[in-house]
Design a protein around this ligand. Structure first.
Ligand code: FDA
Length: 403
């Protein structure tokens, strides 16, 4: 005999637990289904184990989507302050780390416990681990065939996230359900991910693994229909396979394969201007001069890439060579070979096309009763607590609509 519920939520991650709790607190009979044996692994590993659970500055400008307006409604109706009120209600100690990023003082487990408690308060039923084998729309509601028994539900919420980190349970379930019901999907690709480099232009930089510095990075032309352009000032990290660090993770979401990223390794110094102006007064050798500003090994690689000897004297340098060096430092354009992929990506760009969904309720326009929330939807945040804020806000929008 199939069990009957008002709402079946598939995916007990950030968005799924939040949505189940909201719908249940409004009196709905909710079942929460997940195929994983361990609950909410992504919350557990997030923010280095302390969960950067929101960003107090989160607004629509911090998100990427084929329709940048879509997220406005949900984000404005459930704000970072609203989530913070919930965190405070559960007496979870937190701190601001950097540019509005809020973290737990102790552990990400506290956010999982908070959501579990909210679900328990509304008597949410758990089905975990459970695989959903099929989802069928009936005349009245939906039939879910699962490996722990059939479920009948008036409404279904898909909260199965994106493809990032398959080893902790990410699947394409949401996209497959969209396809089954004839809903468009914006092609998914890894976001917030380290970029890889190889070839002759990279050779001089390959030995720099471990070097970190604050940079400005940008990509995209910003011209034409659908063009996207990003610019960030954050830390850069050289790795064995390429570049990482917050600057690269941020720009990776804007990067289009085959195009360059442009790095300014010294955003506060116009290197060519400083060197040309200093020719008469600065007596130093180029190696010593550049390592005043940059880590010594990086300075050496940049000089080598510009065919300038470490012991060359500034006074003897031609202006054209100094301008070339200035470009290498302040406008270093380099084309990534690729990215580290879903294995290392913090999020998945793309997802359920927002044109298919109501921005008020997250329900599919063509399939009454079927909702999509969280990372499964084509709304992707910057690094820094924005993705959880979207999970909470979209979950709240659907949860209230179901109530
Ligand atoms: P989420 O991935 O959380 O949950 C999906 C759930 O669906 C999972 O429990 C999964 O098991 C389940 N599922 C998948 N397929 C299924 C199927 N076929 N059947 C049943 N269940 C299925 N964001 C942020 O704002 N601050 C941060 O600090 C971080 N840190 C961070 C670190 C790392 C390493 C990663 C990988 C990601 C982050 N993020 C982040 C991103 C953030 O974790 C992510 O955007 C949200 O967890 C998305 O929430 P969802 O609920 O949509 O998916």
């Amino acid at each position: 005999m199939a069990k009957q519920y008002d709402v079946a939520v598939i995916g007990a991650g950030a968005a799924g637990m939040m949505c189940a709790a909201v719908a249940a607190s409004n009196g709905k009979r909710v079942v929460l289904i997940d195929h994983a044996a361990k609950l909410a692994e992504k919350i557990r590993i997030s923010g280095g184990g302390r969960c950067n659970f929101t960003n107090i500055n989160a607004g629509p400008a911090n998100f990427l989507s084929a329709n940048p307006h879509f997220a406005k409604s949900a984000l404005s109706r459930y704000t970072p302050q609203d989530f913070l009120a919930l965190v405070k209600k559960h007496r979870i100690a937190f701190h601001e780390k950097h540019r509005g990023q809020l973290f737990c003082n102790d552990s990400a487990e506290q956010i999982i416990e908070m959501l579990k408690t909210e679900c328990a308060d509304g008597n949410v039923t758990w089905r975990m681990p459970t695989n959903v084998e099929s989802l069928e729309k009936m005349e009245d509601g939906f039939l879910l065939a699962t490996d722990t028994g059939d479920i009948l539900a008036d409404a279904v919420v898909i909260a199965t996230g994106g493809l990032s980190i398959p080893k902790i349970g990410a699947t394409d379930f949401g996209y497959r359900i969209a396809e089954q019901f004839g809903l468009a999907v914006v092609e998914p690709r890894p976001g917030l991910v380290p970029l890889t480099f190889d070839g002759p232009a990279w050779e001089a930089f390959a030995p720099l693994a471990g070097i970190a510095l604050e940079v400005e990075v940008e990509t995209g032309s910003g011209k034409g229909k659908g063009a996207i352009k990003g610019k960030f000032r954050e830390d850069l990290l050289f790795t064995h396979r390429g570049l990482s660090g917050p600057a690269i993770l941020q720009i990776s979401s804007y990067w289009q394969p085959g195009t360059p990223i442009v790095l300014n390794l010294l955003p506060d110094v116009d290197v060519a201007a400083e060197l040309i102006e200093g020719k008469g007064t600065l007596k130093k050798q180029m190696g010593n001069l550049m390592s005043q500003w940059l880590p010594a090994r990086l300075a050496e690689s940049l000089l080598a890439a510009c065919d300038i000897a470490l012991d060359a004297r500034l006074a003897d340098m031609q202006d054209a060579k100094l301008r070339k060096l200035g470009d290498a430092v302040n406008r270093w354009a380099i084309v990534p070979t690729g990215s580290e992929g879903y294995r290392k990506a913090e999020v998945t760009l793309g997802g359920i096309d927002t044109r298919e969904l109501s921005q008020q309720t997250m329900m599919a326009n063509k399939v009454p009763g079927l909702y999509f929330i969280g990372e499964a939807v084509d709304v992707t945040g910057w690094l820094g607590g924005y993705n959880f804020q979207w999970a909470w806000a979209s979950a709240q929008a659907a949860g209230l609509a179901l109530a």
